[in-house]
Design a protein around this ligand. Structure first.
Ligand SMILES: [Ca+2]
Ligand SMILES: [Ca+2]
Ligand SMILES: [Ca+2]
Length: 261
């Protein structure tokens, strides 16, 4: 992530310079806003549930039926509990080597994502991932559902919104499908120990394997922190101590994991 951030900083300086030139240009002053020239292009924010892990990852998708010379997406999370950390283009459709990518974070809960291909081809018509938004929140807050909308308003004025630029640099506003982050406490059922979160709440060797993969093989994180905090320590820490607790319980007849909080 550090390398990406460093890269972004240099991209941002190039982009700022480019935007300054555009602002000074008389041609750009006649900036053309047009209606979507083809079928309805779309930006779609996914909806995710986070079980008190303190973080969430929200995929953002886009559809375009003509090649694009630029994408600007503003994402505004309607909760003061949730803070934007970063945005990753990895695995997305606008991740080409010749593409400027940048993010600008406003007021912790709002971020604008800008991407501009510098070299041909432009972002081709298609559908798929733009990238993933990383956020965090304090653990232990009451359940809430925070909608993720577009547009950042500063002092009553719309400052940033969502737009696409077509091949002739004309901007238009795509359809926007808002998403949500649901924060829920109630993920832990009966006793702790179901680290892989299976639907039967079973605690067995598969949960040991799941923790081993998470700690040592970059496997997915447990979705429920309280289930993965197998020894039930007060800080809800998930670490090697929990793995050891589970191994002793399953293979050596050790103590049962404690009840959920
Ligand atoms: Ca359980
Ligand atoms: Ca399990
Ligand atoms: Ca623990």
């Amino acid at each position: 992530m550090k390398a990406i951030k460093k890269q972004l900083k240099s991209f941002w300086s190039i982009l700022t310079f480019g935007l300054a030139l555009v602002a000074l240009s008389p041609v750009a002053n006649a900036a053309i806003w047009i209606f979507d020239p083809g079928l309805g292009d779309t930006v779609r924010i996914d909806s995710v549930t986070s079980y008190n892990t303190g973080s969430a990852v929200v995929p953002i998708y886009f559809y375009n039926d003509e090649p694009l010379a630029g994408i600007e997406v503003t994402v505004n999370i309607q909760s003061t509990n949730i803070t934007v950390d970063s945005f990753s283009w990895v695995g997305g459709r606008a991740n080409g080597a010749g593409t400027i990518r940048d993010i600008e974070i406003f007021a912790a809960h709002s971020v604008t994502i800008v991407t501009v291909p510098l070299t041909d081809p432009l972002i081709p018509a298609g559908t798929g991932l733009l990238g993933k938004l990383y956020v965090h929140y304090p653990t232990g807050i009451p359940d809430e559902t925070a909608f993720i909308d577009s547009t950042t308003i500063v002092n009553g004025l719309i400052v940033y919104q969502t737009s696409f630029s077509d091949a002739s640099a004309s901007r238009f506003i795509p359809q926007f499908r808002r998403g949500a982050i649901a924060i829920r406490q109630g993920c832990c059922l009966n006793r702790r120990g179901n680290t892989n979160g299976d639907a039967n709440d079973a605690t067995n060797i598969i949960d040991i394997t799941f923790l081993v993969n998470y700690f040592f093989k970059q496997g997915p994180a447990p979705v429920c922190r309280q289930e993965a905090n197998v020894n039930g320590d007060a800080k809800e820490s998930v670490n090697i101590v929990d793995l050891t607790f589970l191994v002793i319980y399953i293979f050596k007849g050790g103590a049962q994991p404690p009840l959920c909080p």
